[in-house]
Design a protein around this ligand. Sequence first.
Ligand code: SF4
Length: 694
Amino acid sequence: MNADVTTGTVDTHCPYCSLQCGMSLRPEQGRVQVVERPAFPVNRGALCGKGRTAAEVLDQRVRLTEPLVRDRGTLRPATWDEALDRVAAGLDSARSVYGDDAVGVFGGGGLTNEKAYALGKFARVALGTSQIDYNGRFCMSSAAAAHGRAFGLDRGMPFPLADVARTGCVILVGSNLAETMPPALRYLTELRENGGKLIVVDPRRTKTAEAADLHLAPRPGTDLALALGLLHLVVAQGRTDEAFIAERTTGWPEARAAAMAHWPELVERITGVPVPELREAVAMFCDADSSMVLTARGPEQQAKGTDTVGAWINLCLATGRAGRELSGYGCLTGQGNGQGGREHGQKADQLPGYRKLDDPAAREHVAAVWGVSPDSLPGPGRSAYELLDALGTDVRALLLMGSNPVVSAPRAAHVEERIRSLDFLAVADVVLSETAALADVVLPVTQWAEETGTTTNLEGRVLLRRRAVDPPPGVRTDLAVLNGLAARLGHEKGFPADPEEVFEELRRASEGGAADYSGISYRRIASEDGVFWPCPDETHPGTPRLFLDRFATPDGRARFVPVSHRASAEEADAEYPVLLTTGRVLSQYQSGAQTRRVAELNAAAPGPFVQIHPLLAERYGIGEGDRVAVESRRGRAVAPARLTGTIRSDTVFMPFHWPGEGRANTLTNPALDPTSRMPEFKVCAVRLSRVAEA
Ligand code: SF4
């Protein structure tokens, strides 16, 4: 069932996080009501506050309803023709003066599969630029890189979320899903009700950690050492699965040697986690018949994120906890289409179907679908932070869709200054975000309930979001924007505005690729309420569980990669003696561009704060509610103190959802992981002081 014409109820999915909860929308007294949809298996009707209030952003009073163009420094209303003409001219002018790569394109992990696909094609075909990347690079790219390196394929979770409730032990690393995706907490609750164990690794005693059997609280940036310490104990206690290692993996001797260099006492010194707790974790993990490791942004958003995730994968492989039912490694992707958004070509180094841009066969396949020469396709471009850092110098004009880097990028004051230095900026968004407010042209676009499109949730389940209401008359879809711009750039064909037409082309482009959608259609998704990729033909049932027979590497074996602990890019020192870690709160989402406009969510989480241990606060004479200046080598942020014993006494925490003086990303470090190019959001060195009241 999808659309009930008698009640006007339409089944769809939440616009926010990667759980993509099922919900229904129903018109009621002139407004759209969100109602529960218990039949959808992932959330079974449950919604968090963000999902329940999602329809508030449809209100015309909080969103853009007409194009804006900048004249003499001020944004003023314009017609669509004028706005699109100005964007095409702005992009084309940079191209003709400085070359194709002087134009950048920046996408988002919330864009539907169709939009991500069309944006990648637009950049490479209509603009001829290599300079495209997206904000998903800031989300789970380290897990994606580690997944691909070990298993030959990156699908965040290679098993359905429901398996989590039936395994024997879960180590949850750097995820506070009780706040980021509350309906998923039930799977952990069911796990424990079924007799399974939950271990949470987090420097803070979060609500999720409160629900655990064991909470390990390592110093930020040391969870790589923690995983190695656990693997050391596994080996020392003879708890490896030698048959699995011999039959289904390669590279164990080197990975084993690296782990054996991290003896438990050393790991205790590095991480602050006592050896008995390490032993307890190993016992829980290995005593269970099946076990999983799930990671999220904690281990991933580090300058050694790929190796950190790799260390947890090595733990799974050494214990035979991968490629088997109810066991394995999974990444809890964050953004709404964090999974699909990275599969269809808006990444700097990839083409649709999760193909590599520097692979000649991949270029040939995709070029044939696009009707262009493989030689005309540009090569890989800069990663997200490197692209933002090049604005105003090598990259002179930017088209940005579905992202708000002024708030969400690391070293945000510098990124804001780079954006201000552009010759030309066009932003397509639903609301006037902090980044859109800097644009030369703002294009008001439709949003989730006003358009149809597919997303792929954290399990690799491809879903259909359906149009449920008419958009305001002044807005257009992102696909219509690309269609209009492409036509102005001389590409009358090849950029359809109809989402199903784009999806049909995406299917062909993905055929034979790692993320093969060729057997998935709108009709199938609608009748089956989601289809897992890979799905190579229309009779194929889809693939809820990967790697049960073989891994996706050329020899079918998973690859151990030897990794060693190393310091964070910035450690605490005499000048900056405290560690800062950043994250999320229950009632805001990402840069807050949408959720800060919802009264109920804003009331629950009205602004930034600094979480600080009472002992640390005492050292600086800081009391509850005092304004605290947090300074790093990149800038200064000010926010009220929240004293709590649930955080380590050498670490402070700030959520990153707000702009202004409390912007946490003013402080964060853009040091990049060498493989994934992920910035180090999760740890940097800061100093604290109490701000005297005027
Ligand atoms: Fe939406 Fe995520 Fe909340 Fe579900 S958990 S309602 S998908 S924000």
